[in-house]
Design a binder for this molecule. Structure first.
Ligand code: AMP
Length: 351
């Protein structure tokens, strides 16, 4: 091991790209492992290894000279993380945490077991589960696959009982959960970090706007009351403590008309709704994650009084120049422009 600390990141997308950038600001060496030779993180990582996440040997070799291994997305095979931990590598957040969060059902059960408020839900394994689940949850409801759902993928709404089977067909009868539709007044998220000693910091509560299940905009300050914001942070802390979490964690909430918060989901990583911190907070969420997982000090972030972030999805990236001229800081992920609906970049403005 050299004199520099080194972080290994499984995943090579834009989150890894920004984590590597932050590592470099801290004098930390960074290394990514991803199957895609042209991944966005390749441009900012000190080293990039092209391999499959399931390739246990490649993952072990990758970790050999890292002080800690972390990940930028939920769908890293937990088997690879467990094998690293068995070989005494430090993995943060840990494999067990990822195993809980990778499955919407175990994530919800974990939250319920810890008295965290969330929407009514029911488990769906087969067609005959639909009737009792609709009875328990009510309609309308959202049917969500337990695994591999993100950005609204693997989700379908059920408005009438007779359409339930067709909805299950749409998600190919994959194991799922049925969730009540929450008539929220706003969606908010908390990005927080915890280190090995239990030190906790949280960024200001962020308000989010989704369209078709995909995040479009985030802003601070969130338009909620001080009490709601404090409750959101307190719930986040309770989740972090219950998980024994190390690193940055995001918690997404629905706020209902009576000022009640329900947890929608948790993300064991840096999060799209925290992109405003890149420029709008010091340290930003990426630096905070590197600091947390490498047991460095975690300063309370100094944040702008207001900030906005908009995602640039698909052809939105063509507005980059216009946005820059209007005072937005644009981050282009450098992805191939051929796929519509893909997150291509984001723009941030703060005061
Ligand atoms: P998810 O991938 O579960 O975070 O869902 C993406 C987005 O879809 C959420 O941020 C909401 O805007 C919407 N959504 C998901 N589940 C529900 C629900 N149970 N009630 C209302 N809106 C939902």
């Amino acid at each position: 091991m050299g004199e520099y600390k080194r972080v290994g990141i499984l995943g090579g997308g834009q989150l890894a790209m920004m984590l590597c950038e932050a590592a470099s600001r801290l004098g930390v060496s960074s290394k990514v492992l991803a199957p895609d030779a042209n991944c966005p993180a390749k441009r900012t990582a000190d080293m990039a290894v092209q391999a499959d996440y399931e390739d246990l040997q490649a993952v072990q070799e990758f970790a050999a000279d890292c002080d800690v291994v972390t990940f930028e997305f939920e769908n890293v095979p937990v088997r690879s993380l467990f094998s690293l931990q068995e070989a005494n590598h430090i993995v943060a957040p840990g494999a067990k945490i990822l195993a809980i969060v990778q499955d919407r059902l175990t994530e919800k059960q974990f939250l319920q077991d810890n008295q965290i408020p969330l929407a009514r839900f029911a488990r769906i394994d087969k067609v005959s589960d639909l009737g009792p689940a609709m009875e328990a949850v009510g309609l309308p409801a959202v049917l969500k696959t337990r695994h591999f759902g993100y950005d609204g993928k693997g989700q379908t709404w059920i408005h009438e009982e007779k359409k339930a089977e067709a909805a299950f067909d749409l998600i190919h009868h994959h194991p799922a959960v049925l969730e009540e539709v929450v008539p929220f007044v706003r969606e908010v998220s908390v990005i927080a970090a915890c280190n090995y000693k239990g030190g906790f910091v949280a960024f200001p509560v962020t308000e989010n706007v989704h369209e078709a299940g995909i995040l479009r905009q985030s802003s601070i300050p969130a338009n909620c009351s001080v009490e709601v914001a404090e409750t959101a942070i307190a719930i986040t802390r309770k989740i972090i403590d219950a998980l024994g979490y190390v690193g940055v964690l995001a918690v997404e909430f629905f706020e209902t008309g009576n000022g009640k918060l329900l947890v929608n989901e948790i993300a064991p990583r840096v999060h799209n709704s925290g992109h405003w911190t890149r420029g709008g907070a010091c340290p930003d969420q990426f630096e905070m994650h590197i600091r947390a997982v490498l047991a460095m000090d975690m300063p309370q972030p100094k944040c702008a009084s207001s900030a906005k972030m908009q995602n640039l999805i698909g052809a939105d990236i063509l507005q980059a120049e216009e946005l820059q001229n209007a005072g937005w800081q644009v981050c282009d992920y450098g992805k191939s422009r051929k796929q519509p609906g893909r997150k291509m970049g984001h723009a941030v403005k703060w005061q």
